[in-house]
Design a protein around this ligand. Structure first.
Ligand SMILES: *Cc1c(COP(=O)(O)O)cnc(C)c1O
Length: 398
């Protein structure tokens, strides 16, 4: 598929530009790690590669004062097991944003708690400490799960202060924010190593925390709850959330390439934003999202324009896009009863957000084609604008 795409570009054929093309370490980069697995014959259960991965991640996140890192089988496992290890009362109310991936909410329900769905800030599209403080004045909140939405880092200084002031524990879902999100002092942070994230292992995830006892509880829960320190008894039932040595091998090879990945992703985003500014000055970006390491690029279309229609027009021009987080959590049947407040910002954004093709080997010509096509389609839509409210709720393309 890659060869065909390049050939089509070379002869000027307008082939389809995909939304994303994941790029993980190739077989040559994996080989030294696979040889180590062969030699050790240790394939999973806290093996040497998983251990090395945790050490390297800890050093990278804070070289001066390394946090505890627990490697896990996915970002979702990281969320579920961290929530479990927080030892909240059963049925605890966990505040999270309407504008996020569904796993943020499924994790809360699967550990027996109740999501409380909050709105996001209009500028940076995040559930902020200010929003959580406002809601905490009128409702009981047992924990908060802010999300580093679209890879934009949460403000850990402000969240650490939130924990100190309120005593409410915070778990940051930073699944796609490796490279941007720092380790906090009082908040726990969960990352994903899914193939589509900036640091990828295919599947995988990890939790970062300064609370060593919390890290030990997560590790125990990731191994069915078997407490190796206390006669291998189970005190709290867990599951199987361990990262295999094979996945650790891919993650380590990805970490080897991280300086390149980081540089290329920053450069790609800068190149893209320059072209967007030239071609489509009307689109709005997430505040503060310039200069980071992002796995995706999401823009907000001008108000009155529905992303679903733009997506269809771009698809007809051979450009694949995606409506991110549409519908919002509260508009999924499984989460419809969990709203904490009206969600005007999240609802308005979710109808207007569009993810554009974004991957390391996208060419400058392809970026130009995306941005110029978007400009044409937006200009056409401007002639036929209908108020957003004329669209039924949750009109999203999968
Ligand atoms: C990717 C993602 C997840 C899920 O991570 P997995 O590793 O796929 O389980 C959870 N939350 C957010 C915000 C994500 O972007």
């Amino acid at each position: 598929m890659q060869a065909a795409t390049m050939q089509d570009e070379a002869i000027g054929h307008a082939s389809t530009i995909p939304l994303m093309r994941a790029q993980l370490p190739d077989a040559d980069a994996l080989l030294p790690y696979l040889r180590r697995i062969d030699a050790a014959r240790w394939y999973t259960n806290f093996g040497p590669l998983a251990n090395e991965l945790e050490q390297r991640l800890a050093t990278q996140l804070d070289p001066g004062d390394s946090p505890a890192v627990v490697s896990l089988s996915s970002g979702t496992a990281a969320l579920e097991l961290a929530l479990g290890a927080m030892q909240l009362p059963s049925g605890a109310q966990v505040l999270l944003p309407a504008l996020t991936f569904v796993a943020t909410a499924t994790a809360v329900i699967r550990v027996g708690h109740m999501p409380l769905i909050a709105d996001v800030a209009a500028g940076n599209w995040l559930l902020t400490p200010e929003i959580a403080r406002r809601i905490a004045t009128s409702r009981r909140i047992d924990a908060v799960m802010p999300v580093a939405t679209f890879g934009l880092a949460q403000d850990i200084t402000a969240w650490d202060r939130f924990v100190e002031d309120t005593g409410i524990p915070v778990l940051i879902d930073a699944a796609g924010a490796f490279g941007n999100q720092q380790a906090a002092r009082r908040c726990h942070v969960a990352f994903s190593l899914h193939a589509t994230k900036a640091l990828a292992a295919g599947e995988g995830g990890f939790v970062v925390t300064r609370d060593r006892a919390m890290a030990a509880r997560i590790r125990t829960l990731s191994n069915f709850g078997i407490d190796l320190e206390h006669g291998s008894q189970v005190f709290f039932p867990g599951g199987n959330g361990k990262l295999s040595e094979y996945h650790a091998a891919v993650a380590l090879a990805s970490l080897d390439q991280w300086p390149d990945i980081e540089r290329s992703r920053r450069a790609l985003q800068a190149r893209y934003l320059r072209q967007l500014q030239r071609s489509c000055p009307g689109v709005v970006l997430q505040e503060q999202a310039v200069g980071g390491v992002y796995p995706i690029l999401v823009v907000a279309l001008p108000s009155g324009v529905h992303a679903r229609e733009i997506q269809q027009e771009l698809a007809a021009r051979g450009i694949q896009t995606r409506q991110w987080y549409c519908p919002t959590l509260d508009r999924h049947p499984a989460f419809a009863s969990f709203g904490a407040e009206p969600l005007p910002v999240a609802h308005s954004l979710s109808e207007r957000l569009l993810g554009l093709p974004f991957y390391l080997d996208i060419t400058t010509a392809q970026i130009r084609r995306v941005c110029e096509s978007l400009a044409v389609v937006l200009a056409e839509a401007a002639g036929t604008i209908r108020p957003t409210s004329s669209h039924p709720a949750g009109t999203c393309h999968p």
